[in-house]
Design a protein around this ligand. Structure first.
Ligand code: NAP
Length: 268
């Protein structure tokens, strides 16, 4: 399965590197295309995959094509690609808000997978949700999944509404975690800890809590019960959050991202 990644920016390169380092594709089966001559030169020096400056040299040989340009570049890219597309090729879009229908029409293609990755893909800890047009077979979808999983984990969702919904949870989610971390870092600094000690206190707390959560079958509520004893310090903090309605505000924020993802899809 010869695979091409179009757009060697943050996401495109993350996926290309993930695939290059996996046993899924050998080096000869992975191609990367970017329109910037500087990017192409830098990647050729790296020598991790075959790098192309001209679409006509790589697109016709590809069985699977990952599209990782910014959504506002897709119209121009689709125009350039359309005459070279064939009906057996599978297109996997990483672009936020660009619908399967738009990709099919833009490329004159049938087999399209739309996905929503997230930033921790850069360290192999991403989560990608994906859904496909009905023309993509089960076997093809499994191949796509295996490639997506080279950057972390993936979940198959029923339809594009869930892609927008997962934007509100996992796509934008890393920023919510950073927001929470930032608040705790600011509190630690205010209490007098050095920058470095604040970072250790906060990052180990997040990492430790996530590891506990992942390694056991307990809900966050149960973990909270275990940390918070009646009249104790953690209870005081959790009561303060409840009094300020923090839980509802976080849910509202996730819905704001979901709604915005739907809106962006409608604008395009
Ligand atoms: N970054 C994230 O956390 C994240 C999360 C979820 C989804 N996504 C999606 O991933 C996609 C890529 O985002 P990104 O952050 O990786 O963007 P990026 O860093 O800007 O990378 C896009 C790359 O594609 C190149 N490009 C633009 N038009 C092209 C064309 N016609 N042919 C070939 N290459 C072209 C760009 O070159 P120039 O810089 O010269 O334009 C750039 O090198 C977006 O659609 C975004 O919605 C990203």
């Amino acid at each position: 399965m010869k695979t091409l990644v179009i757009g060697a920016g943050n996401m495109g390169l993350t996926y290309a590197e993930g695939m290059a380092q996996s046993a899924m594709l050998n080096r000869r089966n992975l191609m990367v295309f970017d329109k910037s001559a500087d990017v192409v030169m830098r990647l050729k020096d790296l020598n991790h995959f075959d790098v192309y400056e001209h679409l006509e040299e790589c697109l016709p040989q590809a069985d699977m094509v990952f599209i990782a340009v910014k959504p506002y570049h897709c119209d121009e890219l689709f125009k350039e690609m359309k005459s070279m597309v064939n009906k057996d090729q599978i297109f996997v879009s990483l672009m936020a808000g660009v619908t399967i229908n738009k990709i099919q029409e833009g490329l004159g293609a049938k087999k399209v997978v739309r996905s929503m990755p997230n930033l921790p893909a850069q360290v192999g800890k991403g989560v990608t949700s994906y859904t496909a047009s009905k023309e993509v077979s089960r076997v093809e979808l499994l191949m796509v999944r295996n490639l997506l999983d080279t950057t972390g984990e993936s979940i198959h969702v029923e339809n594009e509404n869930f892609i927008d919904a997962s934007t509100g949870i996992s796509g934008s989610g890393p920023a919510y975690v950073f927001y929470f971390m930032n608040s705790m870092l600011e509190a630690a600094r205010k209490m007098g800890f050095s920058k470095n000690d604040s970072k250790v206190l906060v990052s180990q707390t997040f990492e430790g809590a996530v590891t506990l959560f992942n390694e056991n079958d307990l809900s966050p509520d149960t973990w909270m019960e275990r940390v918070a004893s009646k009249g104790g310090t953690t209870r005081a903090a959790l009561d303060s959050m409840d009094d300020n309605n923090v839980k509802e505000l976080i849910k509202e924020a996730a819905y704001a991202a979901f709604d915005r993802a739907v809106e962006l899809g409608e604008e395009k």
